[in-house]
Ligand binder design. Structure first.
Ligand code: PRP
Length: 183
C-alpha cells in the first residue's frame, strides 16, 4: 500500500506557510468585519474546505458561527445550471447574516460564482469569499475571491483537505501528486 506522503512528488506549500497564511487571513477578516452588528457566518463548502475551516475559525477573534454546504459540479464543458446543491443552507435569519464562504480551491470558478449569486438571492445581508488556493489557469467563468491565500500553477495538488479519489485529504501540507498515481 502506498502511504499518503509517498504519493506526493513535492511539497508545494508547507505546513508553516499555510499556518502563516491562515493567521494573516484571520487578521484581515477581523479587521474587515469588526464593529458590525450582524452575525458573521463562516460557510464551508464540503468536503475540501474542512481543514482550512477548522484552522481559520480558531484564528479569527471576532465572534463567528459556522455552517456547511455541499455542492457538486456536473464537470467541465457544461454551462449554466452546472452546480447541484446536495446540502443546502437552512437559516431563517439570512437578512441579518454576513456570509463568508470558505473554500479550499477555485478552479473553473463555477462553484463560487454560482453560490455567491444563490446566497444573495436567498437574502443574505452580504456574501464574501475566501479561498486557500486559486488556480487561475483553470478558470472558465470570471470570478475572483475577496481573499486568496495562495495562487498556484495548474498542477494536481492534494492535502490539507484536497483529495484525489477521496484520498490524501489528511496530509498537513499542499503537495503535488505524482503523475503515476492519476494517469
Ligand atoms: C472542489 C473544491 C471546490 C470546487 C472548485 O470540490 O473543493 O468546491 O471543486 O471547483 P470549481 O472552481 O471548478 O467550481 P469537489 O467537487 O472536488 O468536492 P470536494 O470538496 O468534496 O473534494
Amino acid at each position: 500500500m502506498i502511504s499518503n506522503s509517498d504519493a506526493v512528488e513535492r511539497i508545494l506549500i508547507s505546513e508553516s506557510q499555510i499556518n502563516e497564511a491562515v493567521r494573516s487571513l484571520a487578521k484581515k477578516i477581523d479587521d474587515y468585519y469588526a464593529g458590525r452588528q450582524s452575525r458573521l457566518l463562516l460557510l464551508g463548502i464540503l468536503k475540501g474546505s474542512v481543514v482550512f475551516m477548522g484552522d481559520l475559525m480558531k484564528q479569527v477573534r471576532i465572534p463567528v458561527e459556522i455552517d456547511f454546504m455541499k455542492v457538486s459540479s456536473y464537470g467541465s464543458g457544461t454551462t449554466g445550471g452546472s452546480v447541484n446543491i446536495i446540502l443546502d443552507l437552512l437559516r431563517k435569519d439570512l437578512s441579518e447574516t454576513d456570509i463568508l464562504i470558505v473554500e479550499d480551491i477555485i478552479d473553473s470558478g463555477k462553484t463560487l460564482s454560482y453560490l455567491v449569486n444563490y446566497l444573495k438571492l436567498k437574502g443574505a445581508k452580504s456574501v464574501r469569499t475566501c479561498t486557500l488556493l486559486d488556480k487561475p489557469e483553470r478558470r472558465e467563468v470570471d470570478f475572483t475571491a475577496d481573499w486568496t491565500c495562495f495562487v498556484i500553477p495548474n498542477e494536481f495538488v492534494v492535502g490539507y483537505g484536497l483529495d484525489y479519489d477521496e484520498k490524501y485529504r489528511a496530509l498537513p501540507y499542499i503537495g503535488v501528486l505524482k503523475r503515476e498515481i492519476y494517469s
